[in-house]
Design a protein around this ligand. Sequence first.
Ligand SMILES: Nc1ncnc2c1ncn2[C@@H]1O[C@H](COP(=O)(O)OP(=O)(O)OP(=O)(O)O)[C@@H](O)[C@H]1O
Length: 231
Amino acid sequence: MPTITLKHLRKNYLNQQILNLPALILPNHQITAITGPTGAGKSTLLNLIAGYQTPDAGQIYFDQQLVFNSQHQFSLQPTERRVAMLCHDFAFWPHMTVRENIAFPLWNQLPPLVVKQRVNRYLNLLDLQDHQNSYPGELSPIQKQHLALARVLATQPAVLIFNEVLSLGNLALAQHLRQTLTTLARQLAVTTIIVTTSDQVAMQVADYAVQLRQGHLQQAGIAKKLVITAN
Ligand SMILES: Nc1ncnc2c1ncn2[C@@H]1O[C@H](COP(=O)(O)OP(=O)(O)OP(=O)(O)O)[C@@H](O)[C@H]1O
């Protein structure tokens, strides 16, 4: 897990400042939660870290490696940052089997035998062996969650990010996904950043928590010591 260091990070939309973080360090804990009410800037921060959006100013480091610097217009692509996002809508390839969905992102990167071994490992981990030749449309909601996790974990990212705010359609399903994700992240030692509106969720699942309010840092520290504030 890299320690993620943000310096003088700013993001505007239409001349309105929506994120302003003079200095923030996300230490190399296993699970970090970014929390705060709607509009606090959580998704924006996640997207800036991942490289899906570009800051208006500032620098981002993963450990000592510079991944973004506004002064030199330098920005590593998300794949170069080895950041992967667990998609809330899962976005499977419907015409590919479960096995093919997990293998597809690996085909251009690894030799066929390694892909096969990697896919077998994650099929086993997520209890999907018996469904490897099924199509995503034939899976239960829980199995779809497991496929989404297997597919993203099989890429072995340096940082896995998940915006659970976008996926709260069904509370029981959302809880299952959060639980499975955090259990696996710890078991596999995958650094994970979860975005949530709930301070309670942050305290339950995370090691470190960053709380935002209106684009500013409210608190950052050990998740269990987060001071819960009214939204
Ligand atoms: N593409 C955009 N254009 C204009 N304003 C935007 C855009 N994206 C986000 N914003 C604004 O930036 C602010 C922060 O948005 P952001 O989505 O990062 O907040 P959030 O904390 O993730 O909220 P939520 O919990 O609802 O997802 C909000 O006021 C939002 O309206």
